[in-house]
Design a protein around this ligand. Sequence first.
Ligand SMILES: [Zn+2]
Length: 76
Amino acid sequence: MNKFIKIQESIFVERCIVCGSRPIIEQVPGGKFIVRCKANADHYPSKPGMVDIDAWNRHNHKPGTDNDNIRHLKQG
Ligand SMILES: [Zn+2]
């Protein structure tokens, strides 16, 4: 049975480009991790290995959205 790890609210992550869900970290066999959509495992998962939130963010970044502003606001 796979384990799911919630990504801390303080960490900036893009929402799933398909459905808008916040991603979660899933532990997969071999002690590896993937970052994937919480709602649907078929939406983009990062490659098994280290927790690669950057890969997730790159894949799910919507062109034209200004996430730097969001990041700034969240840091307060
Ligand atoms: Zn999704």
